[in-house]
Design a protein around this ligand. Structure first.
Ligand SMILES: NC(=O)C1=CN([C@@H]2O[C@H](COP(=O)(O)OP(=O)(O)OC[C@H]3O[C@@H](n4cnc5c(N)ncnc54)[C@H](OP(=O)(O)O)[C@@H]3O)[C@@H](O)[C@H]2O)[C@@H](O)CC1
Ligand SMILES: Nc1ncnc2c1ncn2[C@@H]1O[C@H](COP(=O)(O)OP(=O)(O)O)[C@@H](O)[C@H]1O
Length: 353
């Protein structure tokens, strides 16, 4: 186990040759965001650009893409066909409307259609790295009231697993992961992408859950609760032995694992690093989406997943430390963290000189 040091981080920053163009610095396809989590799509895409990726495309539903385009001109958007768009084009009579509405009653109106995978097919072949999951809603919690006679212990990881219900973009995600399995080498899997993978791993005999393999160079970015779902281990145990469980997951899933939180653990199962930067300012909704985008952005520049994860986690924490110095650790917004990434990179570069 090694602490991440500035000396080591200095050696990781990718070079920026003068003889270059945007594609020299990689192409990220970010599949992120959903009707309630548009901000996650913005934060992750912008973070990939902020660390130097040459080209970032956001693939999501039209409502997400429209919101992002209204906020920034920097992200190329790929609006994906939604289930409701297909549904309305298929509806021709009132009777059909009623039967279809019944069928889609519990569906997110902006849920992406499985046909969108065909839309993405060529792009998947051309892209150097794909990030999936930030704000892409696949799961909900089963909030059904329970009978008082049937108490359940919610801290039991198995109960947490059972309480996760598939919804929203689930069908699209399953087809997408099958396509990624055969066409993508570098994948960053975040948030509900991890929750789905956990459900798949924990329920190998469930035929309603199509299985997929992670690409050879994958990064999983769980927070402790997500890792607890992946390993079916209580979150308290995870927090007591963070390095142990992160390493176990990396070995089990053949991926780099970034176990987020104070002293983030980064491991490929053989080498393990502990982050030395960051503070409670980062405990704010959306900062994890920024981290996912940073890892994707560095991977796109040709970095190996372990190194890209170490560099991203360190800079993300350093950006949080710079914020804290200027404005305390109370007030950071995840969107402001994006503005501190250049300052963190500059600090590392200055130390290099
Ligand atoms: N602006 C946007 O668009 C934003 C979009 N976002 C997107 O929203 C999606 C869902 O994100 P989310 O925040 O709703 O769910 P999630 O983080 O799984 O928390 C659920 C529960 O897990 C637990 N838990 C969490 N962290 C923990 C920890 N470190 N250690 C231990 N436990 C921890 C905690 O449970 P508790 O401990 O309270 O029982 C918590 O209540 C996701 O796609 C994301 O990308 C967000 O990034 C926000 C900004
Ligand atoms: N107390 C803390 N100290 C250092 N880093 C923290 C702290 N709390 C959260 N972070 C960092 O902030 C990010 C939070 O990510 P995550 O839990 O996925 O939140 P979200 O889903 O809202 O983006 C992670 O990179 C995590 O390491």
């Amino acid at each position: 186990m090694d602490m991440l040091t500035l000396d080591y981080i200095k050696t990781l920053l990718p070079t920026r040759p003068d003889e270059s163009h945007k594609m020299t610095f990689g192409n990220v396809l970010n599949i992120a965001g959903s009707i309630n989590y548009r901000g996650a799509a913005y934060l992750s895409s912008m973070a990939a650009l902020r660390v130097g990726a040459g080209y970032v495309s956001l693939a999501s539903s039209s409502c997400v893409c429209n919101s992002i385009t209204a906020q920034t001109p920097n992200i190329v958007t790929i609006p994906l066909v939604t289930q409701t768009a297909l549904m309305s084009s298929a509806i021709t009579s009132t009777a059909k409307i009623i039967s279809k509405l019944d069928q889609y009653e519990h569906t997110d109106p902006e849920a992406i259609s499985v046909d969108a995978v065909k839309q993405l097919w060529v792009k998947l072949q051309q892209t150097s790295v794909v990030s999936v999951g930030s704000g892409l809603s696949l799961m909900g919690t089963d909030d059904q009231p329970r009978s008082p006679n049937e108490p359940q212990n919610d801290s039991d990881p198995q109960v947490q697993q059972d309480n996760l219900q598939l919804k929203g973009n689930f069908d699209f995600f399953c087809h997408l992961m099958k396509a990624i399995e055969t066409s993508v080498t570098k994948l960053i899997l975040d948030a509900d992408g991890i929750n789905f993978y956990a459900k798949m791993i924990q329920s190998p005999n469930d035929e309603t859950l199509p299985s997929f393999k992670l690409p050879t160079q994958s990064v999983l970015t769980p927070h402790p609760k997500e890792l607890s779902r992946l390993l079916a281990v209580d979150v308290t145990d995870i927090q007591q032995q963070r390095e142990h469980y992160a390493t176990l997951a990396a070995t089990k899933f053949g991926a780099v694992v970034v176990l987020k939180g104070h002293k983030t653990v980064i491991t490929d199962g053989q080498q393990t690093f502990i982050n030395s930067t960051g503070n409670s300012a980062l405990a704010k909704a959306g900062t994890g989406d920024v981290l996912t985008g940073m890892i994707a952005g560095f991977c796109a520049q040709g970095m190996a997943p372990l190194e890209a994860a170490c560099l991203s986690v360190y800079l993300h924490g350093l950006a949080g430390d710079l914020v804290s110095k200027q404005q305390s650790c109370y007030s950071l917004l995840a969107s402001e963290l994006l503005d501190y990434i250049p300052k963190a990179i500059q600090l590392v570069l200055q130390k290099t000189a």
